[in-house]
Design a protein around this ligand. Structure first.
Ligand SMILES: Nc1nc2c(ncn2[C@@H]2O[C@H](COP(=O)(O)OP(=O)(O)OP(=O)(O)O)[C@@H](O)[C@H]2O)c(=O)[nH]1
Ligand SMILES: [Mg+2]
Length: 297
């Protein structure tokens, strides 16, 4: 058998289920998932092994019309993911169908002459007869080599997709150790798990006006780890909401995140969150670089 290895970028509009698919295929929680759009902010790599193939699946931020510098950096990270990939999966929420935002991505993939496949997700939410017309609409915009229908949340169709990816990546040596799951540093994972709880436990603009950075990571002699993270908020009002009455909200965010981290890192975790107001952090190059994004200028 020949060794194969290649990068596969997963792109789509926000909320299509890209991170859910990455987690499902790796069987791990590498990328945070929430019901809110624009959850993922940077590329997350999942390393999938199938026979002699190593599939390097790259989850990307959803593609939307960016306003802030943070948004532009997120969308740029998604298109860089496509540029660096051997193959791109356009993941489409079958329930939402083919609004302009989805059509624009398909058209751009065609213009860039990227090798791409169409993946319709959330098939558990739509009647089967809706899938063929949707496939036809999107296939008219870009020459997709193959089409798959999956439910990333429930697992339908994902094994077939992985088999096909394993066969499609180019011949070549494996770029990562076969038993690694990701290249995501633990410090970044910790910050993301906190951010996930902020997305789940606050509303409206608060999650979008928040970023999290791990400031301190201390391995303790007893095997536990002490993590200190700073939560930056854009506005004073957001700080008050995040902390909550008598500190209830931030306590609950910290407690849930700590529980999740303890299970992901398989050890006891002490988590300390410090909420700071920092107007304009979403326009600040250093804040973007701290979460692995490039300053779009
Ligand atoms: N019913 C159903 N829900 C799904 C499926 N896949 C994902 N979801 C849900 O869709 C929502 C968004 O999922 P994500 O994986 O965060 O979507 P994403 O494309 O990564 O979103 P961004 O990071 O914001 O671009 C979550 O509530 C998921 O549970 C699916 O196959 N079926
Ligand atoms: Mg995501």
């Amino acid at each position: 058998m020949t060794a194969r290895c290649g990068f596969v970028a997963v792109v789509g509009t926000p909320n299509a289920g890209k991170s859910t698919l990455l987690n499902r295929l790796t069987g791990a929680k590498l990328s945070i998932v929430t019901p809110k759009a624009q959850t993922t902010r940077f590329r997350v790599l999942g390393i999938l092994m199938r026979g002699e193939s190593q599939v390097l699946l790259v989850d990307t931020p959803g593609i939307f019309t960016p306003r802030r510098k943070l948004d532009r950096a997120m969308v740029q990270a998604a298109w860089t993911g496509v540029q660096d990939a051997d193959l791109t999966l356009l993941l489409v929420d079958a329930k939402t169908g083919a609004p302009d935002a989805v059509r624009q991505i398909a058209t751009r993939l065609a213009e860039q002459k990227r090798r791409s496949w169409l993946v319709l997700n959330k098939i558990d939410l739509v009647p089967p007869q809706a899938l063929l017309p949707l496939t036809a609409t999107l296939s008219a915009l870009a020459p997709f080599e193959q089409t798959f229908m999956v439910s990333a949340a429930h697992g339908d169709g994902v094994e077939q997709l992985l088999d096909a990816l394993a066969a499609a990546v180019p011949e070549g040596p494996h770029l990562y150790p076969d038993d690694d799951l990701t290249d995501l540093p633990d410090r970044l994972l910790a910050a993301e798990i906190v951010r996930e709880q902020i997305f789940l436990q606050t509303r409206e603009e608060v999650p979008y006006g928040t970023t999290v950075e791990t400031e301190n990571w201390q391995e303790r002699k007893d095997g536990s780890v002490r993590i200190e993270a700073t939560v930056y908020v854009a506005r004073v009002g957001h700080r008050a909401i995040l902390i909550g009455e008598g500190g209830q909200r931030i306590k609950s965010i910290g407690a849930k995140a700590r529980e999740q981290l303890a299970s992901l890192l398989e050890r006891k975790v002490h988590l300390f969150l410090n909420v700071k107001q920092r107007a304009g952090w979403d326009e600040e190059g250093a804040r973007l670089r701290a979460i692995g994004l490039q300053d779009p200028g």
